[in-house]
Design a protein around this ligand. Structure first.
Ligand SMILES: [Zn+2]
Length: 313
């Protein structure tokens, strides 16, 4: 074989190998703080626009996402607002799943267990009813702040409670600071600064790609392979505006979008979580801590640019 042809051949083989490795990547998209999350407050028009754009993009990109609800946001002056309940119906109409994120986004680490459990029950009322009307039931629970308990007995008691009420804990592997970018984006929007919003959106997509690459490497370092990833993002105007770009970033990296059900079938998620520290961290790092991996394993997480931090305040 001529050297040139040989090189081409090797290049072709490599390309095939890369494509087939990459094509096997899978990610479940989980979206928190429904109906919507904004630092500007709970404005109905904005919530409707965000929901509409987010759901349209999820549908366009065939993303079988799950949304985690804070039902306190359905209330105005203590009364349930049917227009806000309608936002949740839109999620279900789009064929997406809804889970429980506590009634008012309380912190497991600073809330007595009985109050926290009450928050779970208060947080499922409307969502359960909507699901029931469609012959479905609520199945997943996501801890606010990813705070999953400071001691083994406390976590065990709570997980027993969840089981009794038919819940599965929804872990995540790809953690990130999307909400810091989202805050900067909301504030730029309030100033009608479209240019700044565009710059923030660009920085967000670059950041998310770096984060995704980081957790691909972390997965290999901690589990020995790339697991079916679970991404956490929030129901923000930023994600509504950039979901097409976010989805194509994942597709270009060889991902296909899967349900949370399918992600959790990956045996990696059966790993014990022996982390009881104060931080809200990815399950990948919980598994690493449980296995006694050295602290150096956490190095290299992409930073949020300082100007984004500044603009978020
Ligand atoms: Zn949350």
């Amino acid at each position: 074989m001529e050297p040139m042809k040989f090189r081409l051949c090797v290049a072709a083989l490599l390309a095939t190998a890369l494509t087939s490795t990459a094509a096997s990547r899978e990610v479940a998209v989980t979206i928190d703080d429904l109906p919507t999350a904004s630092v500007l407050g709970n404005d109905l028009d904005a919530a409707q626009q965000t929901t509409e754009a987010l759901l349209a993009a999820l549908t366009r990109n065939n993303v079988p996402a799950i949304g985690f609800v804070n039902e306190s946001k359905l209330r105005v002056g203590g009364q349930i607002d049917p227009r806000r309940v309608a936002l949740l119906s839109q999620w279900l109409d789009a064929g997406l799943e809804l889970g429980n994120h506590t009634f008012s986004h309380v912190d497991f680490h600073s809330t007595p267990l009985d109050v926290y459990e009450r928050q779970v029950l208060d947080g499922e009322k409307v969502t359960s009813q909507l699901l029931q009307g469609r012959g479905k039931r609520i199945r997943y629970f996501r801890h606010p702040f990813l705070h999953a308990g400071r001691s083994a007995p406390e976590r065990q008691r709570f997980e027993e409670f969840l089981k009794q009420h038919g819940y599965i804990v929804a872990p995540i592997t790809i953690d990130n600071y999307d909400y810091v970018f989202a805050a900067a984006y909301d504030r730029a929007g309030a100033r009608h600064d479209v240019t700044a919003q565009g710059t923030i959106a660009d920085a967000y997509i670059s950041y998310m790609e770096a984060v995704t690459a980081y957790y691909e490497r972390q997965s290999v370092a901690i589990v020995g392979r790339e697991v079916r990833q679970t991404l956490l993002i929030h129901a923000s105007a930023l994600n509504a505006a950039t979901l097409d770009r976010l989805a194509s970033m994942f597709r270009i990296r060889g991902y296909r979008f899967i349900s949370l059900d399918r992600a959790l079938e990956d045996p990696a998620y059966r790993h014990a979580d022996g982390y009881y520290g104060p931080a809200g961290i990815t399950w990948l790092h919980r598994w690493a801590m449980t296995d006694g991996k050295p602290g150096t394993i956490f190095a290299g997480e992409p930073d949020v640019p300082a100007w984004i931090e500044q603009a978020s305040r």
